[in-house]
Ligand binder design. Structure first.
Ligand code: GLP
Length: 264
């Protein structure tokens, strides 16, 4: 087990009774940040976990306004365009972008259909930095501890690139695809280094299937086996989770804050 150098940060942990309460708290934080900075740049995640956050943001549409917000999505499957129901572009339009006043010219998703994927990855990375970087990056976590599509073994300073998906990730995401259609084997993803460049990171993890990954990320060794453990190299990470996902986490120095537990 690699020792944890003293300089690693400890994410702020907020544990809620239910996934619904945790998702509401994330939506509240997003709203706060958007009101404070109307031209905020937000990194967005996909998957089952953030669905409820986006639903809540749509319910609140108009206040705050998305008009000046810029959005960068973490990842996209190679070969899928926005018309494919399992693409992350489709997911974002269906769940959020079609229902709020966001400017489509300020919503960005890696281009999985590019003929030159390396060039598309580089261009995505360049656009993030040219537009001032990401203020707040929303993350989920895969069952194997992946963030975005950075699978175990991904370097913690990796940049936006094409990656191979592990069999467990393909299996976990297969239900999103039409009957009999396999997910693509590769994807474009923001790198872990790209994610760590965000000025603030919010990780949302809910359900028992994430307990092991969250434990590895927050209390295991900081190493390449658990991509999410890289988050402990960042000084502004807040983890929102429900009791089920927090099942294996230490509770010392957490205090009950009425709607959940937070670091004292
Ligand atoms: C996919 C996405 C990740 C997401 C993960 C977990 O791999 N690329 O961004 O965090 O799935 O998804 P879910 O929230 O459905 O468990």
């Amino acid at each position: 087990m690699t020792s944890m150098p003293r300089d690693f940060a400890r994410p702020t942990l907020r544990i809620f009774k239910t996934a619904e309460m945790a998702s509401t708290a994330v939506a509240d934080l997003l709203e706060q940040r958007m009101v404070a900075k109307p031209d905020i740049t937000i990194g967005l995640a996909t998957g089952a976990t953030p669905r409820l956050v986006y639903t809540k943001m749509v319910e609140r549409a108009g206040a705050p306004s998305w008009r000046s917000v810029r959005c960068f999505n973490l990842d996209e499957y190679v070969g899928l365009d926005a018309s494919h129901p399992a693409s992350f572009a489709y997911y974002m339009n269906d769940l959020l972008f079609d229902h709020v006043d966001v400017d489509p010219r300020r919503t960005h998703i890696p281009d999985g259909t590019a003929l030159d994927l390396e060039a598309a990855a580089k261009a995505y990375e360049a656009l993030i930095s040219e537009t001032g970087g990401i203020d707040l990056q929303l993350l989920g976590i895969g069952r194997n501890g992946h963030i975005g599509f950075n699978e175990p073994g991904s370097e913690h300073d990796s940049r936006t690139r094409q990656v191979e998906l592990t069999p467990s990730t393909i299996a976990a995401n297969a239900p999103d695809f039409p009957e009999g259609e396999e997910p693509p084997a590769t994807a474009l993803t923001m790198g872990i280094g790209t994610i760590l460049d965000a000025r603030e990171i919010v990780l949302l993890a809910t359900g028992p299937a994430k307990a092991e990954a969250l434990y590895a990320a927050l209390e295991g060794p900081v190493d390449l086996d658990c991509p999410a453990s890289a988050l402990r190299k960042h000084s502004a990470v807040t983890v929102f989770c429900d009791e089920a996902a927090a099942a294996r986490l230490k509770r010392d120095n957490l205090s009950f804050t009425g709607d959940g537990y937070a670091a004292a």
